[in-house]
Design a protein. Structure first.
Length: 64
């Protein structure tokens, strides 16, 4: 499995997952137009975790 990362331009977050096979390619893409979306997610995660006991939590629990 190959992994490749490229950073550039003025888009703060563009992520593409590519599944490539013989003669076909499937892509899933996410583009963030502002770093604010990442900051909002970090704040939400901090608010969630400050009320919890030490342990492991899933994204599912965070998003409930």
């Amino acid at each position: 499995m190959g992994i490749h990362a490229v950073r550039g331009g003025t888009i703060p977050g563009e992520h593409t997952v590519i599944y490539a096979g013989n003669d076909e390619v499937l892509e899933f893409k996410h583009t963030a137009l502002s770093r604010g979306i990442f900051a909002n997610g970090a704040l939400k995660a901090a608010e969630f975790i400050q009320k919890k006991e030490a342990g492991m939590y899933s994204m599912r629990e965070l998003l409930q």
